[in-house]
Ligand binder design. Structure first.
Ligand code: PMP
Length: 454
């Protein structure tokens, strides 16, 4: 298939050669590169992307899950165009009505967000949540789970995809840096926990109880491996007992496991939640929300007149948590975000049903060819695991599966117009029709035959 792919994507190849003259590796995010060269898209509409050679693909990447309403949805487009004209400007640099309107709608779906702040990305949202937690507890170490991603900054870029050989015992994983150039202190100050293993987590958290201020978790790891209910309940209990702020990173799960995110499914109230991706409908956004008493650390004047410092309750300027951002709460983005909510409040259930159809269809195909494997996930995201001996519960389990064959399948699917690169994540949107699903399953059937029956 590699030869076919190369033959069918000459313009992408030529483009990437030019791009390499401008950007390292020709990309603005490392994950966007794959061998022999990434496919370069030039058009998107609904469930489809078209590349520079006019090849059409059914897109399941959906921009890393962020496009729950598909590409170029007319209602979202209209909202943006109208917002462009409505107030004359597209950026006030002051508080404005959209921040409150959107905030109220988010609070309705995420009641745990007693107060919230906007940021420009999921990364910034998780970063702010860590500072809030440290300000609240006075404890500066943080705990995260092996295999969980919260953004590309040093504090959290620890043990996201470690080599199992180097990562130590599954019950007490090492904290390993993911990148060149990281300060070694981060691997010391960020404690790594094993996902879905309550006993081991409790032991580690107790060992560090006076240092850890925050525990951050993707309630559904990488968008497809759910926390077990009893694990989540236990984690909520132990963090409460030990005075640690429990942060749900719902950047991926927000709107994707349902409008109220994973917290609604688990019936668990985190202290803080970070949102991103789908909330902005394809525009850069992040949100941090949670308990009033924690969020209020970032309130600027704490009830006193900022011009009258002698009357201020603060003993110094350092008494307030710093949070800033020129584009936070950008009106155009919030207009897009509200349009996305309009659509999903009506149509999200259909997306979830459509996802089930695709998952069941893939599982049937795997059985048809006698392949040990399954589509794993909840809500509108899933991934296909192959050769799993048992249920996939965490990062270590995933590493034991047949990742090489899965990569080959994804590549062959690409050649048949199904886009699940670069990391085998299927994100379904309101735009994915029955016809798309049937076409995907036909392609899956052909690929399985090629791979397993030669
Ligand atoms: N947290 C999770 C769970 C994510 O999936 C991502 C993005 N993949 C982030 C945080 C970072 O978000 P962003 O790329 O918007 O900075």
């Amino acid at each position: 298939p590699i030869l076919d792919y190369k033959e069918e994507t000459p313009s992408s190849q030529a483009f990437m050669e030019e791009a390499e003259e401008v950007m390292p590796g020709g990309v603005t995010a490392n994950i966007k590169y794959f061998e022999p060269h990434p496919v370069v898209m030039k058009h998107g509409k609904g469930s489809k992307l078209t590349d520079m050679d006019e090849n059409e693909y059914i897109d399941y990447l959906m921009s890393y899950g962020s496009l729950v309403t598909g590409h170029g949805h007319e209602h979202v487009k209209k909202a943006i165009m109208e917002q462009m004209d409505r107030d004359g400007t597209w950026l006030f640099g002051t508080p404005h009505y959209l921040e409150v309107e959107m905030g109220k709608r988010l609070q309705k779906h995420f009641p745990s967000m007693e107060l919230l702040r906007y940021t420009n990305s999921g990364t910034e949202a998780t970063l702010l949540s860590l500072r809030l937690a440290a300000a609240h507890t006075g404890k500066h170490k943080i705990a995260k789970f092996e295999g969980h991603y919260h953004g590309g900054y040093d504090q959290m870029l620890v043990s996201v995809s470690p080599s199992v050989r180097e990562a130590g015992n599954a019950d007490a994983p090492y904290s390993l840096p993911e990148s060149k150039g990281m300060h070694p202190s981060h691997a010391r100050n960020t404690i790594t926990l094993p996902f879905n293993n309550l006993k081991a987590c409790k032991k580690i958290l107790l060992q560090h109880k006076d240092e850890i201020g925050a525990v951050m978790i993707e309630p559904v790891q990488a968008g497809f491996i759910p926390a077990e209910k009893s694990f989540m309940k236990g984690l909520r209990q132990i963090t409460e007992e030990l005075g640690m702020v429990l942060i749900f990173d719902e950047v991926k799960t927000g709107y994707r496991t349902g409008l109220g995110g994973a917290q609604n499914i688990y019936g668990i109230k985190p202290d803080l939640t970070a949102l991103g991706k789908a909330i902005g409908g394809g525009y850069p956004v992040g949100v941090v929300g949670g308990k009033k008493e924690i969020m209020m650390h970032s309130a600027p004047s704490q009830g006193s007149d900022v011009f009258d410092s002698s009357q201020s309750k603060r003993s110094s300027s350092k008494d307030v948590l710093f949070h800033s951002g020129t584009y936070n709460g950008h009106p155009m983005i919030l207009a897009a975000g509200m349009a996305v909510l309009d659509i999903l409040e009506k149509e999200l259930d259909d997306v979830l049903k459509q996802t089930e159809k695709l998952k069941n269809g893939i599982n049937e195909k795997l059985r048809k060819y006698g392949v040990q494997g399954e589509a794993v996930g909840i809500g509108s995201i899933f991934s296909v695991v192959l050769n799993n001996k048992e249920k996939i519960r965490n990062y270590r389990d995933l590493q034991k599966t047949d990742l090489a064959t899965r990569k080959e399948i994804d590549f062959r699917l690409l050649g048949k117009g199904i886009y699940v690169k670069p990391m085998n994540r299927y994100s379904v949107s309101t735009a994915h029709s029955d016809e798309d699903i049937n076409q995907t399953l036909d392609a899956y059937d052909e690929v399985l035959r090629e791979v397993y029956e030669g």
